[in-house]
Design a protein around this ligand. Structure first.
Ligand SMILES: Cc1cc2nc3c(=O)[nH]c(=O)nc-3n(C[C@H](O)[C@H](O)[C@H](O)COP(=O)(O)OP(=O)(O)OC[C@H]3O[C@@H](n4cnc5c(N)ncnc54)[C@H](O)[C@@H]3O)c2cc1C
Length: 272
C-alpha cells in the first residue's frame, strides 16, 4: 500500500513547526527520520493531511554534554549519539542500548527524539529516559515546557505531548558518580524490538531498575537493601506487579520469567 495523499511542509524554524501544528492540530504530523512513521503511512494506520519535515531546522542537530548529562536535539540521529565520544563517556548505557536499536541503516536515519515520540513500549531509548530520570522539552506556539520521562511516556504509542507540540530536545541525566550500570534484552534476532529489556543503576545495595516490553510503557522502580538473598523475591514481586501481556512474540508468563532471570543476571553483574 501507499500513503494517502498529504501536503509536505519543509520547516526552517521551530516556529514554522509550532505554527503549522497550531493551525492543523491532529491532522498534521512531524516527520523526523521516518523510520516508524513511513511504515505507518504506507499501511494507512495514520492519514495526516500535512507532514512537517523538521530535518533541516538549524540548531536541532546538537548534542550537548555537561555536568548534568546529555541533551539531544530533535534531529540528532541515533547513530550520531552512539558515536559521540563525550556522550558515551558521560552516559555509557546510552551507547550500549543504542547498539540494540534496529540496524545500522535505521540508526542512520532514525532520531533519538523520534523514538521517544513514537513511544513503543519495547523501545530501548524510552527505557533509558525512564531509568535515568530524564525529560523531554516540548515547544508549542504558547511556549516551552519540560516533562519528566514517566509523565511523558503514558502508554503504548502514547505520550502526554499535545497535538500542537513538538519535541525540541531530550535530556538524559548522568548516573550518580561511582554508580554501576548494566543493560540486558531478549529479542528474537539482534536488532528486533526487545521482547523484554532491562537496565539498572546500582549504588551499593540501592538499585534503580527499569523494565521495558512488559507493561504498556517502560517502568522504573527503586529497590533498597538489595542482596543475592532478597533479589529473587523483589524481582518476582515486580514481575507480578507489571503482569505482562501476550502477543505473537511471547506470553505474559514468559515476560515475567525474563524479569526474574535476566533481571537477576544483570543486577548481579552490576553489583559485582
Ligand atoms: C527495521 C526496523 C527495526 C527497528 N528496530 C527498532 C528497535 O529494535 N528498537 C527501537 O527502539 N526502535 C526500532 N525501530 C524504530 C526506530 O528506532 C525509529 O527510528 C524510531 O522509532 C522513530 O524515529 P524517527 O526519527 O524515524 O521518527 P519518525 O518515524 O519520523 O516519527 C515517529 C513518530 O514520532 C513523531 N515524531 C518524530 N519526531 C518528533 C518530534 N521531534 N516531535 C514530535 N513528534 C515527533 C512522528 O510524528 C511520528 O508519530 C526500528 C525501525 C525499523 C524500520
Amino acid at each position: 500500500m501507499k500513503p494517502a495523499p498529504f501536503d509536505l511542509c519543509i520547516a526552517e524554524t521551530v516556529e514554522d513547526v509550532t505554527g503549522a501544528l497550531a493551525s492543523h492540530g491532529e491532522t498534521a504530523r512531524v516527520i523526523a527520520g521516518g523510520q516508524s512513521l513511513m511504515a505507518m503511512l504506507n499501511m494507512r494506520l495514520t492519514e495526516p493531511d500535512l507532514l512537517i519535515d523538521i530535518s533541516r531546522i538549524p540548531g536541532l542537530d546538537r548534542i550537548t554534554v555537561d555536568q548534568t548529562g546529555v541533551t539531544v536535539g530533535a534531529t540528532v540521529r541515533q547513530a550520531e549519539l552512539a558515536a559521540h565520544a563525550e556522550a558515551r563517556e558521560a552516559v555509557p548505557l546510552l551507547a550500549e542500548a543504542l547498539s540494540h536499536v534496529g540496524h545500522i541503516q535505521t540508526r542512520n536515519r532514525g532520531t533519538v527524539c523520534g523514538s521517544l515520540a513514537h513511544a513503543d513500549p519495547s523501545a530501548e531509548l524510552p527505557l533509558m529516559l525512564v531509568l535515568l530520570g530524564g525529560s523531554v522539552t516540548l515547544a508549542s506556539a504558547q511556549g516551552r515546557r519540560t516533562v519528566a520521562a514517566e509523565d511523558f511516556l503514558t502508554g503504548t504509542l502514547t505520550t502526554s505531548r499535545r497535538p500542537d507540540e513538538m519535541i525540541v530536545s531530550a535530556h538524559f541525566p548522568r548516573p550518580p558518580a561511582g554508580a554501576k550500570t548494566a543493560f540486558r534484552e531478549i529479542a528474537r534476532r539482534h536488532g528486533d524490538f526487545a521482547i523484554v529489556s532491562l537496565a539498572c543503576i546500582a549504588q551499593g545495595r540501592n538499585l534503580r531498575l527499569a523494565v521495558g516490553g512488559v507493561a504498556d510503557a517502560p517502568v522504573a522502580v527503586d529497590l533498597a537493601d538489595v542482596s543475592a538473598e532478597t533479589l529473587p523475591a523483589q524481582l518476582n514481586a515486580l514481575a507480578w506487579r507489571l503482569r505482562g501481556y501476550d502477543d505473537i512474540h511471547a506470553t505474559a508468563r514468559y515476560r515475567r520469567e525474563m524479569i526474574r532471570r535476566l533481571g537477576l543476571d544483570m543486577i548481579m553483574e552490576a553489583m559485582a
